[in-house]
Design a protein around this ligand. Structure first.
Ligand code: ADP
Ligand code: AMP
Length: 212
């Protein structure tokens, strides 16, 4: 079979993509919000984009997305990848400031890729990622954090039954993605058991190192 000769939509020489992975409740979103301010990233959360699409009036995918999220399983990759690509294209048009001149950009892509086909597909067709930041802690810690978050999040999937399913999905489908990037020497693993500021300190050091 002939090899694909098309190049990714975004040139990785100009557009920095950092994937942010870790189990549900590991603290990905919390850390991304802080890194945005310090480094001028655009933070795109795959989960947030999917929830937005789920709630968008007239979406052909709304019901399907709701079902996958409720079951703690992975929404079909073509949907998630297209939402990310569209969001990146929009940000490239409108974002300005440090890191965003002359066709440059910098993205934290949170909760993605959660499955190996997404990893390979996105790297090949959208933008080759520079780094994976992997926030790692125990299931006990993640469970406690999610149950605390459940008091205010209003999220249908922040309940014990779905959280258990999300852990299973993560172990079975997302851990192989992390292993894939480990073999490429692209993983920066950070213990996210500690307090938010301590984890942030380590995350900042990792990003500074990438940009230096
Ligand atoms: P994720 O995006 O990985 O699912 P969040 O960033 O939403 O996780 O964090 C899950 C919950 O844990 C949130 O309520 C958040 O405030 C809290 N949290 C995040 N990081 C820490 C931390 N280092 N220590 C204690 N609580 C944390
Ligand atoms: P999160 O907001 O990251 O906790 O994700 C919530 C849910 O959204 C997950 O349990 C999945 O059902 C779905 N989801 C998030 N990210 C992805 C992704 N990269 N691919 C497919 N589904 C995803």
């Amino acid at each position: 079979m002939a090899e694909s000769t098309s190049s990714p939509v975004f040139d990785a020489e100009k557009v920095t993509v950092i994937y942010v992975l870790g189990g549900p409740g590991a603290g990905k979103g919390t850390q991304c919000s802080k890194l945005v301010d310090a480094f001028g990233f655009c933070h795109l959360s795959a989960g947030d984009l999917l929830r937005e699409e789920q709630n968008r009036e007239g979406s052909q995918y709304g019901e399907m997305i709701r079902t996958y999220i409720r079951e703690g399983t992975i929404v079909p990759s073509h949907v998630t990848m297209k939402l990310l690509e569209n969001a990146m294209t929009e940000e490239m048009k409108k974002k300005t400031g440090d890191g965003w001149v002359d066709g440059r950009g910098r993205f934290l892509i949170d909760g993605f890729p959660r499955k190996i086909d997404q990893a390979i597909g996105f790297d090949e067709t959208v933008c080759l990622a520079s780094l994976v930041i992997f926030f790692n802690t125990s299931e006990d810690v993640m469970l406690q954090r999610l149950l605390e978050r459940a008091k205010t999040s209003g999220r249908e999937d922040d309940n014990v039954e779905t959280i258990r399913k999300r852990f299973r999905t993560y172990n079975e489908q997302t851990m192989p993605v992390i292993e894939h990037y480990r073999t490429l020497n692209k993983v920066a693993e950070i213990d996210s058991t500690a307090a938010v500021e301590e984890v942030y300190h380590a995350a900042c050091a990792t990003v500074t190192n990438l940009f230096s």
